[in-house]
Design a protein around this ligand. Structure first.
Ligand code: PLP
Length: 273
């Protein structure tokens, strides 16, 4: 595996980040995950825009997007595979203990892992922990993902593949690595970004292509929704067949099946590189 680290492609074994990197010591970093089919990254421009927004939110210098693009192209070319999970990590950099931020400038890592298509349907749970929509980190894709790791472990323990959070107001928010859509009286809704969820790139495309409404919804909407689905770069649109103890009548139901179809068609043609 060849990995990009600070300006050059290296073998994974030689790509070493300092133990004093601020991303490691305090989680001061941002990242993007995107899929790449046969070496072509999906929606790279949108991911780079979000990387910049997240970096600004943490007060990191803007990433050099020309370098990030070169890094992605180099890593994809060096590691051919049918379906890859491309990960861009950008951190505060080497930082002596006690100092606020790196002395050498940010660290940029681009790595790739082979992956497979997610199943079309899945089970989810809700967790009793909340997203804080008023946090300065709300909506930023930071490397401080430990809360998601804990929630996902709970989901796996309960035989599910994703855990859904409410926000501090008890409103439906998002999953550990996905956005959520629900069908109510035949209409498709998803929580607004103001709920504290990540502005998912798949979410935005799904809203644009299906006309889903952005609606504040109580968490218990999951007890009565006719259909539920998740979106994320590696899932695209994934139907939910079970939420906690409740099995949904149809997964995918008609609205979800249509969203899956529309997404598949338009993602192939209507998306900026
Ligand atoms: N919400 C969170 C917390 C995520 O980590 C992710 C993706 O990893 C998403 C939502 C979905 O975003 P995207 O569609 O850009 O992959």
């Amino acid at each position: 595996m060849r990995i990009w680290l600070d300006g050059t492609l290296r073998d994974a074994d030689d790509a070493k980040v300092s133990v004093l990197d601020h991303g490691l010591t305090v989680g001061d970093g941002v990242f993007e995950t995107l899929k790449a089919e046969n070496g072509t990254p999906f929606a790279l421009t949108r991911h780079l825009e979000r990387l910049t927004r997240s970096a600004r939110g943490l007060g990191l210098p803007d990433p050099d997007l020309d370098e990030v693009r070169r890094a992605c192209a180099a890593v994809l070319e060096a590691n051919p595979m049918p379906l890859g999970r491309l990960r861009i990590t950008y951190t505060g950099g080497l930082s002596p203990l006690g100092s606020d931020r790196g002395e050498t400038g940010p660290t940029l890592v681009v790595a790739l892992g082979e992956t497979t298509r997610r199943p079309d349907t899945t089970a989810v749970i809700t967790v009793p922990w909340v997203r804080n929509e008023r946090s300065p980190l709300a909506g930023l894709k930071t490397t401080s993902y430990a809360e998601n790791v804990v929630a996902l472990a709970r989901a796996h323990r309960d035989g599910a593949s994703e855990a859904l959070f409410a926000n501090t107001l008890g409103r439906l928010c998002e999953g550990t690595g996905s956005n959520v859509f629900v069908v109510l009286d035949g209409e498709l809704h998803t929580p607004p970004v103001a709920s504290g969820c990540l502005a998912g790139i798949t979410r935005a495309l799904a809203v644009e292509w299906t006309g889903a409404r952005e609606t504040d919804l109580p968490l218990d909407v999951l007890e009565r929704a006719e259909e539920v689905f998740l979106t994320s770069t590696l899932r695209d649109v994934q139907a939910v067949r079970r939420v906690d103890g409740r099995t949904l009548a149809a997964a995918p139901g008609p609205v979800t099946a249509k969203a899956m179809r529309v997404f598949e068609e338009r993602a192939a043609s209507d998306i900026d590189p």
